[in-house]
Design a protein around this ligand. Structure first.
Ligand SMILES: *[C@@H]1O[C@H](CO)[C@@H](O)[C@H](O)[C@H]1NC(C)=O
Ligand SMILES: *[C@@H]1O[C@H](CO)[C@@H](O)[C@H](O)[C@H]1NC(C)=O
Ligand SMILES: *[C@@H]1O[C@H](CO)[C@@H](O)[C@H](O)[C@H]1NC(C)=O
Length: 156
């Protein structure tokens, strides 16, 4: 997974490097391209992070089948994470077509991640395997949310 992210990142880097040769960039364009690079790095980090998190959530949902409250909470978390992934997809599409990322999509990334964190924090379990996985999911979500802040700040 990580190596795929790195390969993608280098693909983006070389894309922007080669466009600089042709563009005779002004300071503004350079600033924009640096911003785009940071944005792409944050975006790839969050895509990888959320995919890992979805794996943990899937494992958890198989473990809480007898706990309807926890199962419902997990569904809320999973939906919010999927919502964030959808909004990141909108940002990716805009960037690939050279358009500014829609402000709505940036807000949706943030709002969905916050909703996921709130719902996840409300789930607890007396089962040590489940609570270990809940802790793991909480850490993974916190890391993804950090990259999400980068997306909100840098993907304009
Ligand atoms: C759920 O409950 C059923 C019946 O009480 C039990 O057989 C099963 O092992 C439980 N599953 C989990 C994951 O705890
Ligand atoms: C989550 O993202 C989806 C788009 O993927 C959006 O429709 C929804 O409004 C977002 N949720 C929040 C709480 O912003
Ligand atoms: C989860 O936390 C709530 C509120 O803190 C508590 O009422 C509930 O008993 C806890 N459930 C488990 C399984 O620990």
């Amino acid at each position: 997974m990580m190596s795929r992210v790195v390969v993608l990142l280098f693909a983006f880097l070389s894309l922007f490097a080669s466009s600089q040769i042709y563009a005779a960039p002004t300071r503004e364009i350079v600033a924009r391209q640096v911003g785009d690079l940071t944005c792409n790095f944050d975006r790839l980090s969050i895509v990888a992070g959320l995919a890992t998190l979805q794996g943990t959530l899937k494992k958890l949902s198989g473990q809480v089948t007898n706990d309807t409250t926890a199962a419902a909470g997990l569904q809320t978390v999973t939906d919010a994470v999927s919502g964030a992934e959808g909004a990141i997809g909108v940002i990716a599409k805009a960037l690939l077509t050279g358009q500014a990322a829609p402000a709505d999509a940036r807000t949706q990334v943030q709002a969905n991640l916050t909703a996921a964190q709130t719902a996840l924090a409300a789930i607890n379990s007396t089962d040590s395997t489940i609570s270990a996985n809940l802790d793991k999911a909480t850490t993974q979500l916190a890391n993804a949310a950090l990259a999400g802040q980068g997306v909100v700040a840098n993907c304009k």
